[in-house]
Design a protein around this ligand. Structure first.
Ligand code: PMP
Length: 757
């Protein structure tokens, strides 16, 4: 109050202004300047700005000069500083050097309807301002380096940690990473200028539906010119139903006045996202340090929502629309699709199959979304290889960095394999402490079978009906899914096949009965002098149609296996790494400890890495004198990738997420089962679920399953089927799948089965 009194007196003294009211305005916590709105008795309004900080004062002097220089060149207003009675632009107030600005009347653009015409005009005015700024040279502004400046977005990497919500953090990381990889290296070759730098929705004033003025040049920097547009786009895209389409008039208007070059526009989408990321990192850090300033946190929610939307939009679509708005042709990718199809046809075998009647040509992916060449984005419900999410930046970064440092094989010593093995074994019970690294689930199966056979000196193996363990000769021989399936040669002579202990439409109602049957089959062989080296099995049969092995089966069978020195070989390629939610491994769910475990698929998030985990005893028996070597198995790089996957599983609590979202989704599917008779069974755990379809006669409904996945594909959802009749929808999405995704997927199924989808 005393300060305000002093200010009132000072304004009278220096400007002859009779103050009727002085209202303090909110400010950014990063700046120390103090702002007041001043109402004068004559009805005029002003802004009083006080600069207690010397550096800020220097900048304010520069800003004052800048605005005075460009104002005459503009068709709209920028803040102009009044001169004091003594012809100075600043005066000494009791709180520090201060100045008075003319008040620009109008509403903040955030508070008015942002019509296409208004956004077009905003674009034009932004372009006009850039023209005016072109001739300005300010060494002080040129030397500024601030984190808000998009070209410095990488400064926000180390503030990611403050974003508490896993979902937001991973997306912000993703967009910062894209900026860093694809845009930052190009920016310095683009046109630069002094720019306003902060055309956010608080700094744009609108009067009578027209742009009245831009305020607050306090974030002016010397930056790529396209940054100016990117900041405005970022804020104008917030709170819009279709942010990409809605912002086009802004780009259009800007480019009419200030034509951009093709690569400037191509950088725009990533720059927009980067600005949102900067804002989110800033809000998170401020929140973390206890700041609860409305002005600082105001954009947090809309920025987060926009980042959410952006990940669900194919970047090609954004690029195409932005280019068109800037007057460029995006071009068609049609020829490329044809070329790919032709090469596959001419130069590979037709045993490579494609999903969907109209195969999808993928051009990108992020987490649980995949992007095609036509600008569509798909929700991925069935790819379990990108376990922690497609293109997760933590994994990409780890691989990319390590590939620049060292990638060698197990004949040398290096850290990453030892680091990984130690970490991996923390997830295993004591006893399972030997790890052999390979590069595919098939190679792991091959090795596991070889180990079992070496251990016992027996050549036979027991397998489970419908099981799948890989594509090598040995793995095919272990896979009833293959040898009993199309083109298969039938059960090999050294394989004993056990029925799949399934409860749905099963022969028995309990795991115990199935276990007894398995024992009987093995016993029969024993009588004939045939004992297998091991039993290789999944705990939930993936290719068999997402069939969980009946509870109790392994527990009851294992003592018999042990008695007869038959090793339990559990294939965790599909079920492992937390996918089941509560249990990190499927064998944990069955309360058994296997002798050999096969790992693959999710282990490297798409990077080829797999392993066999076994006991010291089995490992010792395998040491026959023959060297075990794999060129890529256990390579520096593959172990780095695998380590990054564990990092993400832990950092984002993806196992917890699989449990939570899986339970929610299963609940939704069970609700659908009650309404739609075609859904005969809903089963599975965590994010490893199956929906089995049957027709009215109770026969497998392969036709509807195929129709369904093709229809879903047309509706931008990737789903897939499996099982001996291809009538089971297999649900095994990237582990970052959300409840929102699950609800969407269930909604799509409902729509389809209701006949409206
Ligand atoms: N085991 C299981 C259970 C699998 O699902 C697969 C692959 N679908 C494999 C092994 C073979 O893995 P890969 O394709 O990496 O060789």
């Amino acid at each position: 109050m005393i300060l305000q009194m002093a200010a009132i007196n000072e304004l009278k003294e220096h400007y002859n202004i009779d103050v009727s009211e002085l209202k303090k305005l909110p400010g950014d916590v990063d700046y120390r300047n103090i702002k007041y709105e001043v109402a004068a008795k004559e009805g005029e309004k002003y802004i009083l700005k006080i600069f207690p900080d010397k550096d800020e004062l220097d900048l304010a002097i520069e800003e004052t000069w800048l605005c005075n220089r460009i104002a005459p060149l503009l068709s709209f207003k920028v803040p102009l500083t009044l001169t004091c009675k003594n012809d100075e632009l600043f005066f000494s107030s009791s709180e520090g050097p201060a100045k008075i600005l003319h008040f620009i009347e109008g509403d903040f653009i955030m508070n008015v309807e942002q019509t296409p015409a208004l956004l077009y005009e905003l674009g034009e005015k932004t372009g006009e301002m850039l023209h005016a700024l072109k001739g300005i040279n300010s060494p002080l502004i040129r030397s500024r380096k601030i984190f808000w400046d998009i070209q410095n977005a990488e400064l926000s990497f180390n503030r990611l940690q403050f974003i508490r919500e896993d979902e937001t953090r991973r997306k912000v990381h993703y967009f910062l990473d894209r900026f860093s990889q694809f845009v930052a290296p190009k920016l310095r070759f683009m046109r630069h200028s002094i720019i306003h730098g902060d055309l956010n929705d608080h700094n744009i004033l609108v009067k009578d539906g027209r742009v009245e003025g831009f305020i607050d040049f306090g974030d002016s920097t010397y930056s790529p010119v396209v940054s100016e547009l990117a900041v405005a786009c970022a804020y104008m895209m917030m709170d819009k139903s279709d942010p990409v389409e809605d912002v086009l008039p802004l780009i259009n208007g800007f480019c009419r006045v200030y034509p951009l070059e093709r690569e400037e526009i191509e950088a725009l989408p990533e720059m927009v996202a980067a600005r949102l990321c900067i804002s989110l990192c800033n809000s998170a850090e401020k929140r973390d340090s206890g700041v609860d300033n409305e002005y600082v946190l105001i954009s947090e929610e809309p920025a987060r929502e926009l980042i959410d939307k952006l990940i669900e939009i194919n970047p090609l679509r954004i690029k195409e629309r932005f280019l068109e708005a800037g007057g460029f042709d995006f071009g068609s990718m049609r020829n490329r699709r044809e070329r790919i199809l032709s090469v596959r046809k001419k130069n590979t075998g037709s045993s490579l199959s494609l999903t969907y009647r109209k195969p999808v040509y993928m051009t990108g992916a992020a987490f649980q979304y995949m992007y095609d060449e036509n600008g569509s984005a798909f929700l991925d419900t069935c790819n379990n290889i990108p376990h922690v999410g497609h293109c997760h930046p933590v994994v990409s970064e780890a691989v990319s960095k390590q590939s620049r440092i060292l990638n060698t094989n197990t004949r040398y010593l290096y850290d990453t394999m030892a680091d990984y093995i130690e970490r991996l074994l923390e997830y295993f019970p004591p006893g399972l402490d030997r790890v052999f690294m390979v590069n595919s689930g098939s190679a792991a199966t091959d090795l596991a079978v070889r180990m079992a056979q070496t251990f016992s000196g027996r050549g036979h193996m027991a397998v489970m009906e419908h099981g799948y363990h890989g594509n090598t000769l040995t793995a095919i021989n272990m896979s009833s899914y293959k040898f009993d399936g199309k083109g298969g040669g039938g059960k090999p002579h050294n394989v004993i096949k056990l029925p799949l202990p399934k409860l749905f439409r099963g022969k028995y109602a309990t795991g115990e009965e199935y276990a007894e049957e398995a024992k009987a089959i093995l016993e029969e062989g024993k009588q004939k002098g045939v004992m297998p080296a091991g039993l290789i099995a999944e705990t939930v049969s993936g290719c068999g149609g997402q069939v969980p092995v009946a509870p109790g089966y392994f527990k009851i069978l294992q003592p018999y296996l042990k008695e007869n020195e038959i090793l339990t070989v559990i294939d965790e390629v599909q079920t492992g790494f937390g996918r089941l939610g509560e249990y990190f491994w499927g064998f944990g769910m069955h309360g058994i400890i296997p002798d050999i475990v096969i790992l693959g698929k999710p282990m490297g998030n798409g990077f080829p890495v797999a392993a066999v985990v076994t006991t010291g005893e089995v490992s010792a028996a395998f040491n026959t004198g023959m060297e075990f070597f794999s060129s890529f198995g256990g390579s520096t790089l593959s172990c780095k990738a695998a380590g990054a996957v564990l990092d993400v599983i832990e950092a984002e609590n993806l196992r917890g997420n699989a449990g939570k979202v899986g339970t929610f989704l299963k609940g939704e599917l069970l609700k659908l089962q009650k309404i739609h008779h075609v859904i005969a069974d809903v089963r599975g755990e965590g994010l490893f679920l199956g929906v089995e379809l049957e027709d009215e006669k109770g026969n497998p409904d392969t036709k509807t399953s195929s129709l369904l996945i093709n229809r879903l594909r047309d509706k931008n959802v990737l789903a897939s089927t499996d099982g001996p009749f291809n009538n089971v929808i297999k649900i095994k999405p990237p582990m970052c799948f959300t409840e929102k995704n699950a609800a969407h997927f269930a909604g799509m199924l409902d729509e389809f089965f209701s006949g409206s989808g």
